[in-house]
Design a protein around this ligand. Structure first.
Ligand SMILES: *[C@@H]1O[C@H](CO)[C@@H](O)[C@H](O)[C@H]1NC(C)=O
Ligand SMILES: *[C@@H]1O[C@H](CO)[C@@H](O)[C@H](O)[C@H]1NC(C)=O
Ligand SMILES: *[C@@H]1O[C@H](CO)[C@@H](O)[C@H](O)[C@H]1NC(C)=O
Length: 588
């Protein structure tokens, strides 16, 4: 799995405040002291009237003793000194030190006006499956993913409708794993989010949009036999000012979709305004193969140069955000919330036709199908793989993966997308064919361009990174198993056989090998400590949580052959959850 793309939507904002617990105590001491002085004053006054007072006074002076703290040096491993506090026989270390030393996390929080300190051993989150895993349903917990807003997504290509990654190559490239995650997240959101709300902006059959047409332009609503409906046809002069405009004041939904065909040098421009700062932005969809470029507040997305009808589905806020971060690298400055934006104008320039111009709150299923189409179109029909066009260096000791390598995780994720598309489309055979073809690299050894490695020449393993020597990355392997499971469950019986064999073989390996990843207080990401004899590559907490989430999910797939493994996976996952809460394996 790559560094950013596959982790659950955790926030790392638990960056612990660097402060001393003792400071809080100091404040308390001061307050208590003042309080005690107050009590004492009252008591002194009372002492003129009674004798019980003496006893109270004693109690209070006693607590004063207990709360005295003093500074003390603390020597760490005979190596260096830090400042600590001593109170009675106890010594207090600053949390900023504990955080660094033990990699634990903490923050101050206030509940009902009472402040407290919250300590946590890990920063990550476990998603317990709510029910048995359903290959036709939500993919893991991907409804929480928001792939397109990640920093390592350059933009969503308006040519293909899928994200462009900058993960290992800043120019950008299509990374099948990331694309599949985009598709799976939209498929999952379709099942979990509220129904989309839509507003039809222009539909020629109903003559909806009141366009402003300059005298130099041509504008007609013509009947098209292919669509058996009317479409809007336009031609404007070359001058930028002379576009056909539709003025609006729209503030609700920012996912635009339309059917369009444009000839060269034509464009559709959306004007957006920030309601607070009044700043205006122009989103231009142009006939070009450029993914994204921008100049000042003009942002350009190419929609390709083919003169054929296409359905364009764009999240305008994502496009705006990507455009701004494209020219303004200081991303922290960019705060664009949907609720602050207003759509003020749609402009058509050049010549072309449009239809079904709509604004919606979401178009998840359309974005999912854009993804499925991408996988159908970009599969190598010989090998069945979706090539990754950039070089990948996993670590010293492994040979580099040369551009064009395949990943079991990409293959598995793609198969998960295509299986769902096959099911959801009511059996569109193109999706099934591509998914079945996608099994091919699982049968080809990783030294021959496939993804199959073997542990001790015995246990097959589908490699996320098919390195020499093998790396045995755990999470990518399990994701690939999910893809195989999806296909064997959704494909018609005979078609699903091959996926089933690959899945069962993989599960045998996983059952046998899962304990090799258990490091007693954390897990390891891969088995490089075995294959290249280095220190183990310990999984940071979000990957560790991914391991746990995956095992919990596998443990819900009970069946005849795997009921024993479902309990193995459950027990292992629970032990690994313990690690996230500071538990460790016993020592001798
Ligand atoms: C999900 O997709 C179906 C079409 O399959 C659509 O009718 C429904 O409105 C969509 N719901 C959401 C939340 O996207
Ligand atoms: C517009 O939408 C209608 C209804 O979905 C569809 O029949 C028609 O083909 C669409 N127009 C174009 C140009 O795709
Ligand atoms: C687009 O515009 C450029 C520059 O104005 C021109 O050179 C080119 O021929 C035009 N292309 C088409 C297809 O109209």
């Amino acid at each position: 799995m790559n560094l950013v793309d596959n982790k659950p939507g955790y926030t790392r904002s638990v960056e612990p405040p660097l402060f001393f617990i003792m400071m809080r105590f100091n404040l308390k001491v001061t307050l208590l002291f003042l309080f005690v002085i107050g009590i004492l004053t009252i008591l002194t006054l009372y002492s003129f009237c009674g004798s019980r007072v003496k006893e109270w006074g004693n109690v209070n002076s006693k607590s004063l003793d207990v709360l005295t703290t003093e500074e003390i040096d603390c020597e760490i491993n005979g190596d260096y000194i830090i400042g600590c506090r001593k109170e009675g026989d106890d010594v207090y270390l600053p949390f900023s030190f504990l955080h660094r030393y033990f990699e634990v996390y903490g923050k101050l929080a206030t509940y009902d006006g009472v402040e407290r300190f919250e300590w946590s051993h890990s920063y990550s989150k476990v998603y317990r499956p709510k029910s048995k895993y359903d290959p036709k349903g939500v993919f893991m917990y991907f409804e929480n993913y928001n792939v397109e807003v990640r920093d390592r997504v350059k933009c969503v290509s308006a040519i293909e409708g899928v994200p462009v990654s900058t993960q290992w190559e800043s120019q950008g490239y299509y990374y099948p794993t990331q694309i599949a995650q985009f598709g799976l997240s939209h498929f999952s959101k379709n099942l979990t989010e509220p129904e989309p709300r839509r507003k039809m902006i222009d539909d020629s059959d109903r003559d909806l949009g009141k366009w402003i047409i300059p005298s130099t332009a041509k504008f007609e609503r013509i009947f098209d036999n292919n669509f058996n409906s009317k479409i809007l046809k336009f031609i404007t002069s070359d001058s930028y000012e002379e576009g056909i405009r539709l003025k609006m004041d729209h503030v609700l939904y920012f996912v635009m979709s339309l059917d369009l065909i444009l000839s060269g040098n034509s464009s559709v421009t959306i004007t957006l305004q920030n309601r607070e700062t009044k700043q205006i932005y122009f989103l231009h969809y142009i006939t070009s193969d450029v993914w994204i470029t921008s100049q000042d507040n003009n942002i350009y997305h190419g929609i390709g140069t083919k003169r054929t009808w296409k359905k364009l589905t764009r999240d305008l806020i994502v496009d705006l955000h990507k455009g701004i971060s494209f020219f303004d690298k200081d991303k922290s400055k960019i705060k664009l919330s949907r609720s602050k934006m207003r759509l003020t104008e749609i402009t058509l320039r050049g010549s072309g036709c449009i239809d079904n111009l709509t604004l919606s709150s979401s178009e998840h299923i359309q974005q999912f199908y854009d993804t499925a189409e991408w996988f159908v179109k970009h599969q190598d029909k010989q090998t069945g793989g979706w090539p990754i066009p950039v070089k990948r260096k996993l670590a010293p000791g492994f040979q580099d993966l040369q551009p064009g390598w395949y990943s079991s995780m990409s293959q598995g994720h793609a198969i998960s997308v295509l299986s769902r598309a096959y099911y959801h489309s009511g059996g569109d055979i193109r999706y099934l064919t591509a998914a079945l073809l996608g099994l091919k690299p699982f049968k080809v050894s990783s030294d021959l361009g496939g993804v199959r490695a073997s542990f001790l020449d015995k246990y097959p393993w589908y490699e996320e990174y098919p390195t020499q020597p093998a790396s045995f990355v755990l999470n990518g392997f399990i994701y690939s198993l999910l893809g195989l499971y999806d296909l064997m469950s959704i494909a018609p019986l005979e078609d699903g056989r091959e996926a089933e064999v690959l899945f069962n073989d993989g599960m045998v390996s996983l059952r046998r090998m899962i304990s090799l990843f258990d490091m007693g207080s954390v897990t390891s990401y891969d088995l490089r400590h075995f294959t290249i004899n280095t220190a183990p590559n310990l999984a940071r907490w979000d990957y560790h949580a991914t391991h746990v989430n995956q095992l919990l999910l596998l443990s819900t797939m009970d069946g005849d052959s795997s009921s024993s493994s479902s309990s193995l996976f459950k027990v292992t996952a629970e032990r690994w959850i313990g690690y996230m809460n500071g538990k460790r394996a016993d020592h001798n």
